[in-house]
Design a protein. Structure first.
Length: 276
C-alpha cells in the first residue's frame, strides 16, 4: 500500500512539473513575442513577478488568455505600441467566418478606433478560414484592449495576437455571434420612427414577421436582405416612387438595409412597423 501511495504521489508530482514547464513555456513565449526579445530579457524579473499567478493567464481549455496577457503587459508599460516615426503598419485578421462579415466588421472597428485611411492589401479564404490584411500609415500599432472591446461589441472575440515585427501584427478572432453595431433590433411589436442623415437604415432580425416601411412619398425603395454572413438573400428594388412597402421576414434573413435607389437624402426619416 505504501509503495502504491509513493508511486501515485511521484506520478502526480511529475505531471504537475510537466504542466508547469509546458504551460510556462507557452506563456513566456507569447510574452516574449509580444514585447520583443530585448525588452523581455531586460525585464525578466519584473515579468516573473507580474505573471506569478500563471493560472490567471489561461482559459479553462488550457489556451492562453490573450486579453489578460495584453492587459498586464500594457498596464505595466511593457507593451510598446508607439513607433519612433509614422510607419506602414500591416495588420492581418483571420477567422472562421464569411469574408464579407469579417471585412465589414473590421472596417467598422478600424473606423471606430480613429483610423480614417486604410487599404485592404490582401483578402483570402482557405477552407473555412478567411484572412484580411490591412495596410495603413500610423504612429502606433493597434491598442489590443480597444480592439478587444470593439470586437466584443460586434459579436467577435480576440483569440490570439502575433507580433512579427514592430509594424507587422496578426490577429486571430472568433465570430461568436456577429452583429452590426448600428442595426436596430426588430423583435417586438410596434412602430419605430427613425432619422438617419445618411439615408441608410440597418435592422437586425430576431424573429419572423411582417414589416411595413413608410417614408417620403418620393421614396424609390431599395431594400437588401442579408443572412448572418452578410450574403444577400433578397433584393427589392422599385422603379416608381412609393410612400410605403410591406415585406415578409423569414428564417433566411438576419439583417435588412433600407435606402433609396437614386438618392438616399430622400429618406432622412422613416417609420417601420414590425408585426411578429
Amino acid at each position: 500500500m505504501h509503495k502504491k501511495q509513493c508511486f501515485f504521489a511521484r506520478s502526480t508530482l511529475i505531471w504537475i512539473l510537466f504542466c508547469s514547464i509546458v504551460f510556462g513555456d507557452m506563456l513566456d513565449d507569447k510574452i516574449q513575442e509580444l514585447i520583443g526579445t530585448t525588452t523581455y530579457s531586460q525585464n525578466k524579473n519584473f515579468i516573473n513577478t507580474i505573471f506569478s499567478n500563471r493560472a490567471k493567464f489561461y482559459l479553462d481549455s488550457n489556451q492562453l488568455n490573450i486579453g489578460a496577457i495584453a492587459y498586464e503587459l500594457k498596464n505595466n508599460g511593457l507593451l510598446m505600441l508607439k513607433f519612433p516615426k509614422p510607419m506602414d503598419l500591416s495588420v492581418s485578421f483571420s477567422a472562421q467566418a464569411s469574408p464579407i462579415i469579417l471585412s465589414y466588421t473590421l472596417n467598422n472597428v478600424l473606423s471606430s478606433m480613429g483610423y480614417s485611411y486604410f487599404l485592404v492589401s490582401q483578402a483570402s479564404k482557405i477552407n473555412n478560414t478567411s484572412t484580411i490584411r490591412f495596410s495603413l500609415i500610423t504612429e502606433h500599432a493597434l491598442d489590443p484592449m480597444i480592439l478587444l472591446s470593439e470586437l466584443q461589441k460586434r459579436g467577435f472575440s480576440l483569440k490570439d495576437i502575433m507580433r512579427n515585427s514592430i509594424n507587422e501584427w496578426a490577429y486571430i478572432v472568433e465570430a461568436r455571434n456577429p452583429t452590426l453595431l448600428n442595426a436596430k433590433s426588430l423583435e417586438t411589436k410596434g412602430t419605430l420612427s427613425l432619422r438617419e442623415v445618411s439615408g441608410q437604415y440597418w435592422f437586425r432580425v430576431v424573429k419572423n414577421g411582417n414589416l411595413k416601411i413608410s417614408a417620403n412619398p418620393k421614396w424609390t425603395p431599395r431594400i437588401v436582405c442579408y443572412n448572418k454572413n452578410l450574403e444577400i438573400t433578397n433584393l427589392i428594388i422599385e422603379r416608381n416612387p412609393k410612400n410605403s412597402i410591406n415585406m415578409r421576414i423569414d428564417d433566411r434573413i438576419a439583417f435588412i438595409m433600407i435606402t433609396d435607389v437614386y438618392n438616399p437624402d430622400i429618406i432622412k426619416q422613416i417609420e417601420v412597423e414590425f408585426l411578429p
